[in-house]
Write a protein that binds this ligand. Sequence first.
Ligand SMILES: Nc1ncnc2c1ncn2[C@@H]1O[C@H](COP(=O)(O)OP(=O)(O)OP(=O)(O)O)[C@@H](O)[C@H]1O
Length: 413
Amino acid sequence: MHTLDQLNRGELKGVVRLQLSENLTRFPNAIFDLADSLEVLDLSNNNLSDLPEDLLRLKKLRILFCSNNQFTHLPDVLGQCETLEMIGFKSNQISTVSSESLPTQTRWLILTDNKITSLPDDFGRLTRVQKLALAGNRLRALPDSIMGCRHLELVRLSANQLEAFPDALLELPRLAWLAFSGNPFCAERDSHDEFKTVNFRDLELHQVLGQGASGVISVATWQKNPFGFSESVAVKVFKGEVTSDGYPEDELDACLAVGNHDNLVRPLAKVAEADCSALVMELIPAHYTNLGLPPSLVSCTRDTFPVEQVFPIEKIAKIVEQLERLVTHFCEKRVSHGDLYAHNTLISEDGHVLFGDFGAASKYTNLSLQQQQGIEQIERRALGFFVDDMLGLCTERDKSTAVYQSLRSKAFT
Ligand SMILES: Nc1ncnc2c1ncn2[C@@H]1O[C@H](COP(=O)(O)OP(=O)(O)OP(=O)(O)O)[C@@H](O)[C@H]1O
């Protein structure tokens, strides 16, 4: 994080990346002094509502983040910034997105949690866009031209006002991670009576285990355990607000709809109270570790891995086999996971997989057979990308094996 003082004193000359958060209400002019070098500008968490019309003077600007500001429209000047390819305006008040505001070379567009009712008709001219985050808006439909966005791989549409499933998405040849729960066309949430409902006051929360976008997970023991669950459990208490993947209530609904599987963290019970929604689940044993790391600004939609991460091909085959069985289970339950990634996968030393994070999951039982098949194909593409990622971790020696070749035929690149 930098300061306005540093900027005004000329101390930041030559920086490639600038991050300022000081309740700014106006774009600081001194930023233009960095035009020769500035590639990444992060003005998130300020009070900005517009950008200067000569922003294009920042000739090298590739990445612009303005989340948590007061924008009511996406500034038109963005469309004239010749090198700008990543745009993030999450949690503003944006209701209008003009065609002029979208640079043709956009790869990454984050407009989560705004008030957008429609996208420009010619959206499909963004033929390079790979990642499109629109959850928590007021979209009623998508422009059919979106079919032209042939590089789209990740799309978030949850928590909108879509009246019908956007069939145009089924035409996208690379789409692999899709979230669409919490729209009027979706099936209603289920009460999941097959799972016990417990009182929140019967649980005693202890140390925090982790925190996802949608809730906080803690170890808990029972004050009262009428159903005889294990003495120690994990409890995810949902925060209630919309996340970049959708509504927490839909996460709980989808997670319970998928139910039990050998490769899922076992859901045990739910808390469904007016002021508290929570999921009680089995504790993940401490020796399970993350298989991958989330995507970076460079990898965009693809997971990243520590350079030293290497696996023998037999272990990779075992991991892939478990994921394949899991995807078959998702399809049988008519739930799309929407976030099938190594970074959501935990593995034990001997290669047993525990998979999680239903934040982007969407139920699709009520859709037409053709739509259901299309959605399954999208999830299987994510599995194909996953296989490709796993093969990237294979030892050089194992690349000549028959197992490698057989897995290669399942990979999507
Ligand atoms: N049943 C559990 N037992 C032990 N630890 C858990 C359990 N569930 C979650 N955790 C811990 O909490 C962290 C957050 O989990 P969660 O599934 O909510 O979110 P995430 O997938 O990491 O994040 P996001 O939803 O933002 O993508 C996990 O990385 C893990 O460390």
